[in-house]
Design a protein around this ligand. Structure first.
Ligand code: NAD
Length: 376
């Protein structure tokens, strides 16, 4: 008898309350169509608003424990944080500090121009842009090794430390070569311009010591993957080339903070932040979340584009299918990917970020319906 998978759902702040239900909507449809069994735990609340509403004592539903985050097969979350509370909340921010605790070192952030979506880049059509920003997720500027010097109550100095380790570089670069080889999470394997499977190493070597190490390890590993073309671009130059010739790129691996920034730029390149899905993947754990934040400028109006979180949970199913050798889950990801394309290509139902007038709910329903039509 096939087992059921435990999947935890967490909500978050701002538009999370609107888009997470649509991820659940599509997951439920996928279960019916592809015949797998999910035990959905939650959705539980957490985030800045939860802190404020609970007298700043706790920022998450007590049902969310560290043990639960380790025990479930995978989980997904909406964005979290509200600008007016950044840096003002007490205590640990449990569900967003998991990249290190769960050691989910690979942040996979596809950038694909989908049918029916107009690019901000002139003359680009569906399929011309199809690359992945592969962001290292556990090192670099975000390890929080640093501090402040306060004298007489005034902060006079603030230090962040930029960390790269041999282990951290090696595993993300290997992950990148494997990703380029497999073509996973892409419309098609290889770069759109020439079909070449290509891994671009992007960082600021020659200036930052950690990036010298990143590049040196890339060069060491390159001969082990003769079927993947190795490519190099300084990160500042890459931000130029990504706009000038996005079709040249296939998978682009970069240290943590660069990946954070470049994946937001890639949100624009693919037409909207509302299309930008992602997973945080490790060898044992995975959780899905959109690339974007809580979008306070549009929250509460029911108009956010839920595609980002729908694609994120689809990618999460693929990761789980790979780990548990369950083809049904991998087919479900392909189905969700196609269902999103179908709805976008038809141009009948779309949210305001794509110049439409439909609601988050209407778009989620359209994807669930398209998934049923595509079938298993
Ligand atoms: P944001 O990503 O929330 O929004 C940037 C722009 O993209 C906004 O104009 C917004 O309306 C738009 N947008 C984002 N998602 C959209 C969607 N699904 N549909 C349509 N439009 C969408 O960035 P921000 O405003 O700088 O950040 C808001 C808050 O989110 C901050 O508190 C920040 O700390 C937090 N944040 C959280 C995460 C996370 O949880 N992983 C990531 C980034 C930012």
């Amino acid at each position: 008898m096939s087992r059921s998978y435990k999947v935890l759902a967490l909500v978050g702040d701002g538009i999370a309350k609107e888009i997470v239900p649509e991820a659940i909507n599509v997951l439920e449809a996928a279960q019916r169509i592809y015949g797998f069994d999910l035990e959905l735990i939650g959705p539980y609340e957490f985030g800045a608003k939860y802190y404020v509403d609970h007298d700043m004592e706790v920022g998450w539903d007590p049902a969310i424990t560290q043990e639960l985050l380790h025990e479930v097969d995978c989980w997904f979350k909406g964005p979290v944080g509200l600008p007016e509370w950044v840096g003002r909340l007490p205590g640990p921010y449990l569900p967003i500090n998991q990249r290190l605790d769960l050691d989910v070192y690979a942040n996979i952030r596809p950038c694909r121009l989908r049918p029916g979506v107009d690019s901000v880049l002139a003359g680009r059509k569906a399929g011309d842009i199809d690359y992945i920003v592969l962001r290292e997720n556990t090192e670099h500027m975000y390890v929080k090794i640093g501090g402040r010097l306060r004298r007489g109550g005034e902060t006079e100095l603030a230090v962040d430390n930029y960390i790269q380790t041999r282990k951290g570089c090696e595993r993300i670069i290997r992950f990148g070569f494997e990703l380029a080889r497999s073509g996973d999470y892409k419309g098609r394997p290889g770069a759109p311009s020439d079909g070449v499977r290509r891994l671009t190493c992007s960082a600021k070597w020659g200036v930052c010591k950690g990036d010298d190490l990143f590049k040196a390890i890339f060069e060491e590993l390159e001969p082990e993957y003769p079927d993947v073309e190795a490519d190099y671009a300084w990160i500042d130059a890459w931000s130029y080339w990504a706009i000038m010739r996005p079709d040249y790129y296939d998978v682009v691996v970069m240290p943590n903070q660069y990946g954070d920034i470049m994946s937001d730029m890639s949100g624009a390149i693919q037409g909207s932040m509302g299309l930008a899905g992602s997973i945080n993947a490790g060898d044992r754990h995975c959780y899905a979340e959109p690339t974007h934040g809580s979008a306070p400028d549009i929250a509460g109006r029911g108009i956010a584009n839920p595609t980002s979180i729908i694609l994120s949970v689809g990618m999460m199913l693929n990761w789980l299918g790979e780990k548990r050798r369950d083809e049904r889950l991998k087919r479900a990801w392909k189905g969700i990917d196609r269902a999103v394309d179908k709805v976008l290509a038809e141009r009948k139902v779309r949210t305001p970020d794509l110049k439409g007038t439909n609601s988050t709910r209407q778009f989620g329903d359209a994807v669930a319906k398209a998934l049923s039509e595509i079938g298993s």
